[in-house]
Write a protein that binds this ligand. Structure first.
Ligand code: TXA
Ligand code: MG
Length: 341
């Protein structure tokens, strides 16, 4: 299959109609969102959705998030919209928040990965919303990477993973947030965050009062345990380098990595720190700035692989605000390996 890449800057650009046409015919299209690029298909069309799983190499029990462009589309997708859900939507939509509720019969099991719930999100990105509107149906869309690779935050990343596997990639530049949406479930007794993202736990707590954070956000799932979110049981990005997160001051970090073999080491550090190192380095965002780190983390992780290094040592991101999402992605890439100096 030949993959076409079309640049789209404005909501009136022709690429939007082209994407919508393909989606209406049951095709898949890689589209930009403010979090990461998504691989979209008609959420109601099982055959179309099957193409997403095939192109990504995604396990069939891993549910897809359904994207809407208008609040009025939500009702048909779920059994009911409780008060808490409406509060969250009012506070954070459009934006990087996915809300899980019991699904309606309109959502095929193929889309929900066999679950009786569905996660819905209204993206903020104007091009994403224009594509959903033009397609005229809610769009199921996981991140547009091959399963097991870092999520794509540019059209180039999508091309790298999906060239020859999808007919169309819409290129609208870099994603502003850079990590995937926060996933919260309201299908249980207490609202529970299954994946941290662009909307922080602090922000959610302010609106809902009580919010739990699933232990799989911080820790490795115990062998045989059932994952609240199926995506958490799959090995995420596993780079060819062994990644270790190093907790401690920059000075201690520097002394530690300077003792490593230069040829096989890469340091993942904050902006401006690289010039004080003699080992190869990649900078992934400003220190003490979760938003900036979120923006850079996936591109940095892709670059780690390109260096061919055997060992990667990463500076420890702070776990508050959006920093928790950065920590969560990095600790998975590190297979939960953290050392404290
Ligand atoms: O920002 C995002 O959320 C991006 C963009 C494209 O919108 N999408 C995204 O989708 O990250 P994906 O499929 O790569 O990640 C969705 C995660 C998976 O870990 C999945 O298991 C979980 O959310 N998830 C989706 N629906 C769920 C449900 N009904 N119950 C539990 N977990 C669910
Ligand atoms: Mg993903």
């Amino acid at each position: 299959m030949k993959t076409e890449v079309i640049k789209v800057e404005h909501e009136s650009d022709e690429g939007i109609l082209k994407a919508a046409e393909l989606l209406k015919k049951g095709g898949v299209v890689a589209i930009p969102t403010e979090t990461v690029y998504g691989l979209a298909a008609n959420a109601f069309d099982e055959k179309a959705v099957a193409k997403i799983f095939e192109a990504k190499g995604r396990p069939s029990d891993n549910p897809l998030i359904v994207h809407i462009s208008e609040l009025s589309q939500w009702d048909a997708l779920v059994e009911s919209v409780p008060e808490n859900a409406m509060k969250l939507a009012k506070a954070f939509w459009p934006g990087p928040l996915t809300i899980i509720l019991k699904k309606s019969n309109l959502i095929p099991l193929r889309t929900s990965g066999g679950l009786d719930t569905v996660g819905v999100r209204m993206p903020l990105h104007p091009i994403a919303r224009a594509i959903i509107s033009a397609a005229g149906v809610p769009l199921a869309a996981p991140s547009a990477n091959i399963s097991g690779k870092p999520s794509p935050t540019s059209a180039k990343h999508c091309e790298k993973d999906l060239d020859g596997r999808v007919p169309l990639i819409i290129d609208s530049g870099d994603c502003s947030v850079g990590v995937e949406s926060t996933v919260i479930t309201l299908a249980g007794e207490v609202p529970r965050v299954l994946r941290p993202g662009g909307i922080s736990v602090e922000m959610l707590t302010e609106v809902l009062g009580e919010v739990e954070v699933d232990s799989a956000v911080f820790e490795k799932l115990a062998d045989g345990a059932v994952a609240a979110s199926p995506g958490m049981k799959y090995k995420h990005y596993s780079p060819s380098a062994k990644v270790t997160i190093v907790k401690g001051s920059f000075e201690k970090f520097r002394d530690f990595v300077e003792g490593m073999e230069k040829e096989s080491t890469v340091a993942l550090v904050f902006d401006g720190e690289g010039r004080e190192l003699s080992v190869p380095f990649i900078e992934y965002g400003k220190a003490h700035d979760g938003l900036s780190q979120a923006h850079g983390i996936f591109d940095a992780l892709r670059k780690v692989d390109e260096t061919g290094a055997k060992n990667c040592f990463a500076r420890f991101p702070e776990k508050d605000g959006v920093g928790l999402a950065v920590f969560n992605r990095l600790v998975r890439a590190a297979a939960f390996s953290i050392i404290e100096l």
